[in-house]
Design a protein around this ligand. Structure first.
Ligand SMILES: [Fe+2]
Ligand SMILES: [Fe+2]
Length: 297
């Protein structure tokens, strides 16, 4: 590799380490331990949950999107084995930070008795067993995907926190704390992808190919469609947010439609533009549905 990419990656990684020194958190300080009760003496029953059911479902869905971390790490390590040092080190640091997310969310749900803990154990088992297939065949492709994933989870947590705030300020704090981690992960990957694009604008073709493939992690979990619809209708995160708070700002940041590219890459960029038009129409339909539901209430 010629170019300033390795140096840019080093700078991004050191910036990440400096920032996380100030944002580091310990999950035992966030959790409402005083709400915990022995399940042997007081078995779980429906109706014990403290959250509106749609909010509880969204928190559980968030937890299930995090729980496949062992497979995320395995896939990334395998794909990045020849990548620059800073990228390989970042995957280790990232894993240590992500490791707390599913744990804090699942423990919160158990302590607050939101959802059947036995059913959830079976669900987690199934999702982790399912594993995860790396979306892309190069470190760059997977970084594009991961940038989208980090930003999508950031927006999901922040929007859900807004919805959950009234029901439980403890949950609000947990979600915002996780969102800070996601923000820093997103910033690293966005910067890394940006450095590669500055070095070689032809890589825009890969971005154009990857964006339409994106799905939230955990798409293989049972009733994923129902969970996503519920999050869209009641959790503050759906297609309109994905388009307006994730994809559009990210493509703008990367200057995706600004760089000069070859005609072959231009054709892929055109295909992405057409995909965005279809997404815009679909997001408009979701917004119209939300509006008509709000008017009925
Ligand atoms: Fe996470
Ligand atoms: Fe993250």
């Amino acid at each position: 590799m010629t170019s300033g990419v390795p140096q840019a990656l080093d700078q991004l990684y050191h910036r990440h380490l400096t920032l996380t020194e100030h944002t580091d958190w310990a999950y035992h300080r966030l959790l409402p331990w005083d709400r915990g009760r022995d399940f042997g003496q007081a078995p779980w029953e429906p109706g014990q949950g403290t959250l509106p059911p749609d909010v509880a479902l969204a928190v559980e869905t968030a937890m299930l999107t995090e729980v496949n971390l062992p497979w995320f790490t395995a896939g990334l390590v395998r794909l990045m084995h020849n990548a620059p040092d800073a990228l390989r080190q970042f995957v280790h640091t990232w894993t240590a930070e992500e490791d707390r997310h599913a744990r804090v969310l699942e423990t919160y749900l158990v302590l607050s008795r939101n959802g059947d803990p036995d059913a959830r154990c079976r669900l987690v088992h199934g999702v982790v067993r399912e594993g995860w297939v790396v979306p892309g065949d190069s470190p760059f492709a997977v970084m594009v995907y991961t940038t989208l994933q980090e930003l999508a989870t950031r927006v999901f947590y922040l929007n859900l926190a807004q919805v959950a705030r009234e029901a439980d300020p403890v949950l609000d704090r947990i979600l915002k704390t996780i969102a800070k981690d996601e923000t820093l992960h997103f910033a690293f990957y966005r910067g890394a992808v940006g450095a590669y694009l500055d070095d070689d604008p032809e890589k825009i073709g890969t971005v154009c190919d990857i964006v339409p493939l994106f799905t939230m992690p955990g798409a293989g979990m049972p009733d994923f469609g129902h969970r996503m619809r519920s999050a869209s209708d009641h959790g503050g995160y759906g297609l309109p947010e994905f388009l307006r708070q994730v994809i559009r700002p990210l493509l703008r940041d990367w200057g995706l439609f600004d760089h000069q590219v070859s005609s072959a890459v231009e054709a892929r960029r055109q295909a992405l533009a057409e995909y965005l038009v279809r997404l815009e129409r679909a997001a408009g339909r979701v917004e119209a549905r939300r509006l008509s539901r709000a008017e009925r209430i």
